[in-house]
Design a protein around this ligand. Structure first.
Ligand SMILES: C[S@@+](CC[C@H](N)C(=O)[O-])C[C@H]1O[C@@H](n2cnc3c(N)ncnc32)[C@H](O)[C@@H]1O
Length: 382
């Protein structure tokens, strides 16, 4: 990426200006409203949503300083709320000095433009005081070159260019390093709500919520660095029928009262063997102990997965493959049925795995098991 050609200025939906890269549709802000987006994503859902005691300073890292709009809004927020903010911006491709010659400063509220101008007057790698107790510092480097930082931030403003333009800035490794630079309970906010970005953030350990985005954008993402302190080991069975066409799924009422489609199985208790735990769960859920061909471990969900119910737990999910003997399993039908003698609230049915939509399973780990079964066309067992 290089800014050798001059970017242009474009007015956005709320009348505030943004920057557009030469020969492209890539802009620094939402074309529906630069100021509205920055206020919503980084101030209201970012710095203003933090639970930091009033007497403690807030440390902000911005990835993609650009015009300095987010930084100016954060400095003004600190002034208006009588808070101390230590702001560090990263920008490997700063706008050239000549870019500002024709810049429409008057399109911004007066205090925003005044603050942006002051930010641009600060020399790189120099920490300058703003509004008596806050500080600002800009460094000309990319986030990927800044991952050994020992600082602990309260919030990361993740304002890189869209993944379609800079896909390398939205990967799991980078998000993991960023999480390690954020204090427990700290957050990352970004305007981007793409599914793969959300999954990469989650796989990097962030507890991610898609929340309403700024006008013109349905959603944005907010990740919280909830510390993880325990493993939650779970074991499930993918049970094929005798012909190998269908698998047995449970529809179960969960502890939070919701219903979910899942594989038979559940949590391993301390002191319990993994397959012992599986047979215990199966006995509870199916109400019987079917005779099946021996079990084979075929899948362990690989990315980091946080428990949907207990945020401090990391789920380790193992999937075993079984196959029914010919006349076993006739007690279940295609339609969900209350399992004969099984747990109240569990409905068991056969489903053709080839046509099964993995998204009908509630848990990510189950989804990856279905995808694996389909990827290998059911030929997982030797
Ligand atoms: C969407 S714009 C950010 C807009 C900016 N926050 C503002 O208020 O004007 C993305 C910015 O990320 C910068 N950028 C590009 N590569 C980067 C990298 N590797 N690390 C950090 N920032 C990067 C771009 O130069 C650009 O200024």
């Amino acid at each position: 990426m290089s800014n050798s050609k001059h970017p242009s200025i474009r007015l956005t939906g709320d009348g505030s200006p943004t920057v557009q890269l030469p020969d492209s549709e890539v802009t620094y802000h939402s074309i529906h409203g630069a100021l509205t987006e920055a206020k919503h994503v980084y101030i209201e859902q970012g710095i203003d949503s933090l639970d930091v005691p009033k007497n403690r300073a807030i440390h902000v890292l911005e990835v993609g300083f650009g015009t300095g709009l987010n930084a100016a809004l954060a400095m003004l927020w600190a002034r208006d709320h009588d808070r101390t903010v230590h702001y560090r911006g990263l920008e490997p491709y700063p706008l050239l000095a000549s870019f500002w010659d024709d810049y429409p400063w008057a399109k911004w509220p007066f205090d925003v433009s005044t603050c942006m101008k002051r930010l641009h007057a600060v020399d790189v790698n120099t920490t300058e005081t703003f509004f008596e107790k806050s500080t600002f510092r800009l460094e000309n480097k990319g986030v990927e070159d800044d991952l050994n930082s020992e600082d602990l931030y309260d919030v990361v403003f993740y304002d890189a260019f869209a993944p379609s333009y800079q896909p390398e800035l939205w990967n799991r490794q980078l998000f993991r390093k960023l999480r390690e630079s954020v204090r427990p309970g700290g957050i990352l906010v970004t305007y981007c709500a793409k599914g793969f970005v959300r999954r990469n953030l989650m796989a990097a350990g962030w507890d991610v919520l898609a929340i309403p985005g700024s006008p013109g954008k349905k959603e944005m993402l907010r990740g919280v660095n909830h510390p993880v302190s325990r493993f939650n080991v779970r074991v499930y069975g993918v049970i094929l029928d005798a012909a190998g066409d269908r698998i047995l799924v449970c529809n179960e009422r969960l502890s939070d009262g919701s219903h979910a489609q899942k594989f038979p199985g559940g949590g391993v208790e301390l002191g319990e063997g993994i397959l012992d735990a599986w047979w215990r769960e199966v006995q509870e859920e199916l109400g019987c102990r079917p005779v099946m061909q021996s079990a084979e471990l075929f899948h362990s969900a690989e990315p980091f997965v946080r428990s949907a119910f207990r945020k401090e737990e990391q789920v380790i999910a193992l999937y075993y493959l079984f196959q029914m003997h010919s006349d076993e399993g006739n007690i279940w039908t295609e339609e969900p049925a209350n399992s004969p003698g099984g747990e109240l609230g569990v409905k068991v049915s056969w489903k053709c795995w080839k046509s099964l939509d993995y998204r009908t399973f509630r848990f990510l780990t189950d989804q990856t098991a279905v995808q694996k079964l389909q990827k290998f066309d059911g030929r997982i067992s030797q």
